[in-house]
Structures are given as structure tokens and as C-alpha cells.
Design a protein around this ligand. Structure first.
Ligand code: RFL
Ligand code: PHB
Length: 404
């Protein structure tokens, strides 16, 4: 099998890249180790920046997003039993965010790809990327118990935090910068209407809690828990009681409870791999960087990485120019580090430090008070949350019809 761009992984990064390349007339093949049902069910992100919505819409994946996505005008910060609204359009010159589940984005992109898109092979596990530094490239993969080879001019590793692409960087050609947090998130999905119109980020007395949603009838909620926690340690009633306590405010607000349909624990980590390219091998999305979900940045970063890559491949295809591909790592990392900083700051501001003291708590509250008291501090949060722009020099002129 041979193609121009071999893509490992059919998460949001791999699927969107395949879609953007296909629309530019560049052939590619996507290898995915899991089944279609598995990737379409994996519960993860929900909050999309304006730029993410725009690119999904522009590449023909916006029909359901436009009817089912929930446009949000801001978020609520809760601490010391007070509620504070952060008004995104007012602080950013009109920007909003949209709630639309990652599972639905994946379903939309898979359906488009299987309908006349480039080949997408499920249950095809890449086991090695060969000769990433040379001109002839191959991805070895196993499908149906048989080892096969995908020969390609370029390889893009969109294979998430545990993939094989990053491991193909020869020793000494890359470096990972990492930080572990001393807590995790317990997330639940529940068949109950959201208790609030907005996302609520709460610094409760017992720690952090987040209220989010998937639709007018499904809520998504998260709770800070100690590292090492198992989902089974938390029966549903215990989860609801703890959530209710962390979201508690003065006045009449109530957390609605309902049947829990999914429960899982996610550790909180930050890491960035530099550079994001070695020879003809690129990394995109979680394969190159992981952020804690507090800033809602992971999926949005995956999208901006592949936007940059797609523009680079388009410039090569149309004009024979490798300039953008050559600058990919530098340009992507600029944005990645800003999102890493924002996610780190949000995480540290909102979670109870297990070994923290009264001074640490005062610092957190002072930060939260500053955001709610100062327009410029709130505007800084809103600008980061709704998404920093792609670098000007690659945003470029509008793409011709047929391109993203
Ligand atoms: P993915 O989604 O992990 O996809 C990688 C794919 O590669 C496949 N794969 C392989 N395929 C072939 N051969 C191999 N050897 C392979 N190894 C792996 C995997 O099966 C998989 O299908 O990475 P991608 O595409 O980079 O997408 C990244 C996002 O999934 C991730 O950043 C977000 O989910 C993070 N995230 C959030 N991001 C946001 O922007 N907004 C949010 O609101 C948000 N909330 C969240 C989140 C992540 C969470 N968890 C569970 C980590 C909430 C949570 C709780
Ligand atoms: C979600 O809806 O799953 C979600 C929203 C915002 C976050 C993290 C997760 O910061």
C-alpha cells in the first residue's frame, strides 16, 4: 500500500487532517488501532473554541454541530459560595464557545471519510514508523493478525499520548517537558438536564468541581479526587453529594441529580514534546502534548495543529513550497506553550493542593477575586479560553473553494 501522507490515529486530529488534505486533493490513508464503535464512544472533550467550530464548518463537518451545538456566551466562576459570570463576547469583541461532544465530532468526521473520503482502516495498529529521517518512509502495521506496510512520503502521528510515532524519534532528537499534578478528575455523564445554562468552574471548600453538559437533557460533571482513586470507590450518591457540596452557593440554586451512564477517572498531566517534527515525521494533537482538561484546550490544540499542517501540505502541493512545513514545529509550539500555561494556571487556581496551607488558599482566592474585580484580568482569561488566534503569517488569504 502506498500514499502521500500516512496518518496514524483516527481521533479528532487524524480525522480532521485527513478531511482537510482530501479537500486539497492530497491523498492519505488513516490507520486506527481500535474499532469504529470504540472511537465513537470514547467520552472526552466537550468545549470547542470559535476557531475549532469555524474549521469544522468550513470543511463540511458542521451540519449537526450547527443544529445540536450549544453556543455559550461565557462561564461561571464559583468560590466562597458566590457566583460570578465571565462574559466572553463583551470581553473579547464577540467571541463565543460551543458545547458539542468529541464523540459527535468523531462520528461526523468518520461518516464523511467513509463516504468517498480517503481510506480509513479500523483495527489497524501501527507498530513502527521506519526511517523517519529519510526520504522513503514506511509505517508497519498489523491488521487481521497480518503485518503490512504502508509506504508514504510523509507520516503524521496523530496517535495520542501513548502512540508509536513519538517513539520513532531517534534518541537525542527530541525532549519532553513534563509536569504531574497531585490530583485527578472523576467524570460522570448523567441523564439529567444541566442545572445551569453555563459551564461552572467551582473552587469549593472540598476542592474543584466542574459543571458541563452534552445536550439539553445530558449533564457532564467532574470532581477533583486524589490520585490513585478508582471510579468504583465513588458510588453515584457519594458523587452527587460531593458535587452538591462543592457547587453550593448562597441563595436558591440546586444541582439536579439523575441516572449516571458513565464514570471514569482521568489523571492530570502537562507535557510537551519538542520538536514536533523529525525529518518527514510530524506529531499532532495529544501525540505531541497533553494538557490538564481544566482549560478545555486539548482537542482545540489538536485542531490548530492539523490546521497548520494542512496549510503546509497545501503549500507544498500547490506551489512546491516546504516553507510552512519547515516552520510547523516552531509555529505550533508557540500556541501549545500558551495553552499549556493557561491550563496550568487554571488548574492551580481552582484545585485544592493536597499539601496546601491556608496561605495557598488565600492566594487562590486572591487570583479569583482579581478576575472577578478587574476587567483586564477577566479579559485575559476570556481571550485564552475562547482561543488565541493562529499566527498571522499562516492564517493567510482565504483558501480557494475546495480547500478547508
Ligand atoms: P486521541 O483522541 O487520543 O486519538 C488518538 C487515536 O490514535 C489511536 N492510536 C493508534 N492507532 C493506530 N496505531 C497505533 N499504534 C495507535 N495508537 C493510538 C487511538 O486509538 C486514538 O483513536 O488524540 P487526538 O486526535 O490528538 O485528540 C486529542 C483529544 O482527544 C484530547 O486532547 C481531548 O479529549 C482533551 N480534552 C478536552 N479538550 C478540549 O479541547 N476541550 C475539552 O472540553 C476537553 N475535555 C479532554 C476533556 C480530555 C479528557 N480526558 C479523558 C483526557 C475532558 C477529559 C476528561
Ligand atoms: C467537558 O464538557 O467535558 C469539559 C468542558 C470544559 C472543560 C473540560 C471538560 O474545561
Amino acid at each position: 500500500m502506498r500514499t502521500t501522507v500516512g496518518i496514524i490515529g483516527a481521533g479528532p486530529a487524524g480525522l480532521l487532517l485527513a478531511r482537510l488534505l482530501h479537500r486539497t486533493g492530497i491523498d492519505c490513508v488513516v490507520l486506527e488501532s481500535r474499532t469504529r464503535a470504540y472511537v465513537e464512544r470514547r467520552q472526552r472533550a466537550g468545549m470547542l473554541e470559535q476557531g475549532t467550530v469555524d474549521v469544522l464548518r468550513a470543511c463540511g463537518a458542521g451540519a449537526r454541530l450547527d443544529t445540536e451545538g450549544l453556543v455559550h456566551q461565557g462561564i461561571e466562576l464559583r468560590f466562597e459560595r458566590e457566583r460570578h459570570h465571565i462574559d466572553f463576547p463583551g470581553l473579547t469583541g464577540g467571541r463565543t464557545v460551543t458545547i458539542y461532544a468529541q464523540t459527535e465530532i468523531v462520528k461526523d468526521l468518520v461518516a464523511l471519510q467513509l463516504d468517498h473520503g480517503p481510506p480509513l482502516l479500523f483495527e489497524a495498529e501501527a507498530i513502527a514508523v521506519e526511517s523517519p529521517g529519510s526520504a522513503s518512509h514506511a509505517v508497519r502495521f498489523v491488521r487481521g493478525g497480518r503485518e503490512q506496510v504502508l509506504a508514504c512520503d510523509w507520516v503524521v502521528g496523530c496517535d495520542g499520548g501513548h502512540g508509536v510515532a513519538r517513539a520513532a524519534f531517534p534518541a537525542g532528537t527530541g525532549r519532553t517537558y513534563a509536569h504531574e499534578y497531585p490530583y485527578s478528575w472523576l467524570g460522570i455523564l448523567a441523564d439529567v438536564p444541566p442545572s445551569c445554562e453555563e459551564l461552572v468552574y467551582a473552587r469549593g471548600a472540598g476542592g474543584f468541581a466542574l459543571h458541563s453538559m452534552r445536550s439539553p437533557s445530558v449533564s457532564r460533571l467532574y470532581l477533583q479526587v486524589p490520585n490513585g482513586t478508582e471510579a468504583g470507590d465513588w458510588p453515584d450518591e457519594r458523587v452527587w453529594d460531593e458535587l452538591a457540596s462543592r457547587f453550593a452557593v448562597e441563595g436558591d440554586w440546586r444541582l439536579e441529580r439523575g441516572p449516571v451512564t458513565d464514570k471514569s477517572v482521568t489523571p492530570m498531566r502537562s507535557w510537551v514534546h519538542e520538536p514536533m517534527r523529525h525529518g518527514r515525521l510530524f506529531l499532532a494533537g495529544d501525540a505531541a502534548h497533553i494538557v490538564p482538561p481544566t482549560g478545555a484546550k486539548g482537542l482545540n490544540l489538536a485542531v490548530s495543529d492539523v490546521q497548520l499542517l494542512a496549510r503546509g501540505f497545501a503549500a507544498l502541493h500547490r506551489r512546491g513550497s516546504t516553507e510552512l512545513l519547515d516552520r510547523y514545529s516552531e509555529l505550533a509550539l508557540e500556541r501549545v506553550w500558551q495553552a499549556t500555561r493557561f491550563s496550568y494556571d487554571m488548574t492551580r487556581m481552582l484545585h485544592a493542593q493536597p499539601d496546601g496551607d491556608a496561605f495557598d488558599l488565600r492566594m487562590q482566592l486572591a487570583r479569583l477575586r482579581r478576575i472577578t474585580a478587574s476587567r483586564s484580568a477577566a479579559a485575559e482569561l476570556a481571550a485564552n479560553y475562547t482561543g488565541l488566534p493562529l499566527p498571522d503569517d499562516v492564517a493567510g488569504p482565504p483558501s480557494p473553494p475546495g480547500d478547508q
